[in-house]
Design a protein around this ligand. Structure first.
Ligand SMILES: *Cc1c(COP(=O)(O)O)cnc(C)c1O
Length: 468
């Protein structure tokens, strides 16, 4: 058995960094959407693993030959699908540093820097995005990095479940009929969370939306009252800032008032759009957040920090910790017993955790707050530019407001036409778009989010889309 010596690692490492740098230089040469057929990648791999070790060269060359053709290029300036998953030089290097240290930060004691840097950087993020003070770690609240917004929603729901049952659910399982609420535009992770948390899909209410696709508080209140009258126990509302279909913004203030009146937990999911609040002129999107119990957004979507990195905040960390803390003998240690440190294992589902704060710290220090603001503003400006193209064309129309980097639009000739456009542009390999359905109509989504996207790419995308 041969370990890679530090010097061999150094040589292979330089080559690996060169490989990534050259990939980033060549991004535009690849068809954005991979065109391999199902099974095509596996067919090129040996059925059994190598018995003896192979040279690093061989692995690197298969990365080009076998893996790259099966990659959809998320960092391409012509990637306009879903929401972006920004990466950046400093984030990639932060990830490398984390892998190099190889720490598992489940407890403060298992690497004090992993915990303290995370607490600190999440306070920075709270300041950068203007979050209410109650989410900062110097009061009763605080932030933690989860892998994804889906986990944040699940963790919030478990804390809500515990609060709504006065601490019984953890011991006895759910015996009351708890109810969760989100809008018809809420993310599918809310339904997944009600299944996992044991409420059951039938206990999720999809609240109707207004003409901007935002949750209607009057409809929310009516559902809560009706559920209470039937003996159900309303437990949590998941409101969205920047829905996945169309970036609609639920009115947090009125929703928070209702939650307080009826004793519900309010979780706010701003997975994509939360990054925009780094710009003071966009802070209005979080109006009313001071009434929420928890909040999350994904730096891994729009804040230049490669997947995975979700920033999750609670106003009262005691609820979260009571819900998720279990202390077996083998994890006991002096720092934990002293009560003066944070053990982030109590803030998440798994025990073990990666040192994710490093990449965020690298990103914030490289760009500075102003650099991240400029990145967000550029994308919002490009979305406005694309929307102007749509607006000026007699056969296309805007389908929803576009406060961020996403534009929802459609051809006026109906669903068939829009499906054909989608198929045609995606098959061209020159860009990648996805769709949604709004008001029962097929709607095209152009999400601008790659750091490399410029006016030129947006104009060319429009030519391709409109040039049937
Ligand atoms: C993308 C998205 C999610 C899911 O994000 P993950 O981090 O992949 O779990 C949840 N909610 C909204 C509103 C989203 O846009």
């Amino acid at each position: 058995m041969d370990h890679m010596t530090p010097d061999e690692f150094r040589q292979a490492g330089y080559r690996m960094i060169d490989w990534v740098a050259s990939y980033l230089e060549r991004l535009e040469e690849f068809p954005v959407l991979s065109s391999v057929q199902p099974g095509e990648i596996r067919a090129q791999l040996p059925p059994s693993p190598p018995l003896e070790g192979e040279p690093f060269e061989a692995v690197l060359s298969d990365l080009d030959e076998i893996v790259l053709p099966g990659i959809t290029h998320w960092q391409s300036p012509n990637f306009f699908a879903f929401f972006p998953a920004n990466a950046s030089g400093p984030a990639i290097l932060g990830e490398l540093a984390s892998a190099g240290l190889g720490v598992q930060g489940m407890l403060w004691a298992t690497s004090p820097a992993a915990t303290e840097l995370e607490t600190h950087v999440l306070d920075w993020l709270a300041e950068m995005t203007g979050l209410p003070d109650r989410f900062r770690s110097d009061g009763d609240g605080g932030g933690v990095i989860q892998d994804s917004a889906s986990s944040a929603t699940l963790v919030a729901m478990l804390a809500a479940r515990e609060r709504s049952t006065d601490g019984r659910a953890n011991r006895t399982g759910i015996t009351s009929r708890l109810v969760a609420y989100t809008s018809t535009q809420g993310h599918s992770s809310v339904e997944k969370a009600v299944r996992i948390a044991g409420l059951g899909s039938d206990q999720l209410r999809l609240v109707p939306v207004d003409e901007t696709y935002a949750m209607r508080p009057d409809a929310l209140e009516a559902r809560i009252r009706a559920d209470r009258e039937r003996g159900e126990v309303p437990s949590i509302v998941v409101a969205t800032v920047g829905t996945t279909s169309s970036t609609a913004i639920d009115p947090l203030g009125p929703i928070a008032d209702i939650c307080h009146r009826y004793g519900l937990w309010l979780h706010v999911d701003a997975a994509y759009a939360g990054t925009a609040a780094v710009c003071p002129e966009m802070r209005w999107i979080l109006d009313g957040l001071e009434g929420a119990d928890s909040y999350c957004f994904n730096p891994h979507k729009w804040m230049l920090t490669n997947f995975d990195c979700d920033a999750f905040y609670v106003a009262d960390r005691a609820h979260l910790i009571e819900t998720l803390s279990i202390l077996p003998e083998y994890l006991r240690n002096q720092a934990t017993e002293s009560g003066t440190v944070i053990d982030y294992r109590d803030w998440q589902i798994p025990l073990g955790r990666r040192f994710r704060a490093l990449k965020l710290w690298f990103v914030i220090r490289h760009y500075g707050v102003e650099g991240i603001r400029a990145h967000v503003r550029r994308h919002i400006g490009l979305a406005d530019r694309f929307a102007d193209h749509v607006d000026a064309h007699p056969e296309f129309e805007l389908a929803a407001p576009h406060p961020f980097g996403l534009v929802c639009f459609r051809h006026v000739d109906g669903d068939e036409m829009n499906r054909r456009i989608l198929e045609r542009v995606n098959a061209s390999g020159r860009l990648y778009l996805t769709h949604t359905v709004l008001d029962d109509r097929v709607t095209l989504r152009l999400a601008i989010g790659s750091p490399a996207t410029t006016e030129h790419h947006v104009d060319r995308a429009w030519e391709l889309i409109s040039g049937g």
